[in-house]
Write a protein that binds this ligand. Structure first.
Ligand code: ZN
Length: 77
């Protein structure tokens, strides 16, 4: 594994890099339900990091559940 210098999209199967302070790449971010999309920055701004982490985990689970199929055969998820 190479060292991570850039932030990667939090979606398990996504290799897009994102800017500092962003959790998901734009494609994944905008694919999320609005409530989830809002919960993440709201919790972050409020300094509720436990809530923030949970919101991110929930969002990632939503994306993973949708994408959990071999996109690239032979490549383990
Ligand atoms: Zn992504």
């Amino acid at each position: 594994m190479r060292p991570v210098r850039e932030c990667a999209c939090a979606a398990t199967l996504c290799r897009a890099t994102v800017q500092r302070g962003q959790v998901f790449c734009p494609d994944h971010y905008w694919s999320l339900p609005e409530a989830v999309r809002r919960a993440i920055p709201n919790a972050f701004r409020a300094g509720q990091f436990a809530v923030f982490r949970e919101a991110v985990a929930e969002a990632r689970d939503l994306i993973d559940a949708r994408e959990f199929q071999p996109l690239f055969p032979g490549e383990a998820a």
